[in-house]
Design a protein around this ligand. Structure first.
Ligand code: ADP
Ligand code: MG
Length: 264
């Protein structure tokens, strides 16, 4: 394993005093939290707490008004999404319409980073190299499909997959980017409980096999309790509390924050 000693104890992600404002609405209001390397960390909180906005700032889809985001000891605040992706901090996306008609395998092969830029150039000057790269790409795509139990569906169209399998495909696409950390926003939303459990088992297995860190937004308290090492609770744009699932669920402030919300 090539891992610098200096990163082993430092949190892989440090969000400090993050602020994101939409007009007069401060969606994220001085949020501060850390994510430990190789952890599965949950981000929970009532609707409108600012969780997704936080993710959008971390992944570069939104530029924060204030505060900082340090990933792997590197300041990524305000960087465009592709630069953050290149640093191996990767979020999952729903399979877009144009990809749904392609095969599962093609979906993965199109997700690998650094493919497009040099492509034409290489096709002219290094045709054999391109072929080798395509083979390696396909090989790693098939390995990843095997890892998430989609190997036997490699040549089916993405649109033919069940809802739960699509979520696994989204995860597999993120894995093609060779992530150190994956951001998942409500991965089990709209997925039945059996498949949600399967998805969470895959997340755990990927963390232990590949050492990937996960930050997971979820309203599914069952998943949070089962797989998260630490849970961060957001309300009104800031962090209310952090702790283990049991600690935060039994906290009266957290229970109050969820009162009137449909989730708890
Ligand atoms: N693109 C946007 N433009 C304006 N307001 C937004 C936008 N995205 C989110 N908001 C507002 O920011 C607040 C936090 O939303 P969000 O981050 O989606 O919360 P959560 O994911 O915790 O439910 C909400 O009041 C929401 O209406
Ligand atoms: Mg959200």
């Amino acid at each position: 394993m090539q891992e610098s000693i200096s990163t082993s104890n430092t949190p892989i992600l440090q969000v400090k005093e993050l602020v994101k404002q939409f007009g007069g609405n401060r969606a994220v209001d001085h949020a501060t939290f850390d994510v430990e390397n190789r952890s599965i960390t949950g981000l929970i909180g009532p609707n409108g707490a600012g969780k997704t906005t936080c993710f959008n700032c971390i992944a570069g889809a939104l530029s924060p008004n204030d505060g900082s985001i340090i990933f792997d000891e590197y300041n990524i605040t305000g960087l465009p999404p592709y630069r953050i992706f290149d640093r191996s901090l990767i979020r999952t996306f729903q399979i877009p319409q144009e990809l749904a008609q392609m095969s599962v395998l093609e979906n993965l092969m199109l997700a690998r980073k650094g493919q497009d830029g040099e492509r034409l150039w290489q096709a002219w000057f290094h045709p054999n190299k391109i072929a080798i790269q395509e083979n390696e790409l396909q090989e790693s795509a098939l390995e990843i499909l095997d890892l998430v139990d989609l190997y036997q569906h490699a040549h089916e169209t993405a649109s033919s997959l069940s809802g739960g399998q699509r979520k696994l495909l989204e995860l597999a696409r993120a894995l093609m980017g060779q992530p150190r950390m994956i951001l998942l926003d409500e991965p089990s939303a709209g997925v039945n409980p059996t498949l949600a459990r399967k998805l969470s088992e895959h997340i755990e297995m990927i963390r232990s096999k590949l050492g990937i860190t996960f930050l997971l937004i979820s309203h599914d308290m069952d998943i949070i309790e089962r797989i998260c090492d630490k849970v961060i609770v957001m309300t009104s744009g800031h962090v209310l509390l952090e702790g283990t699932a049991n600690e935060v669920f039994s906290n009266s402030e957290v229970q109050n924050a969820y009162l009137g919300s449909q989730y708890r």
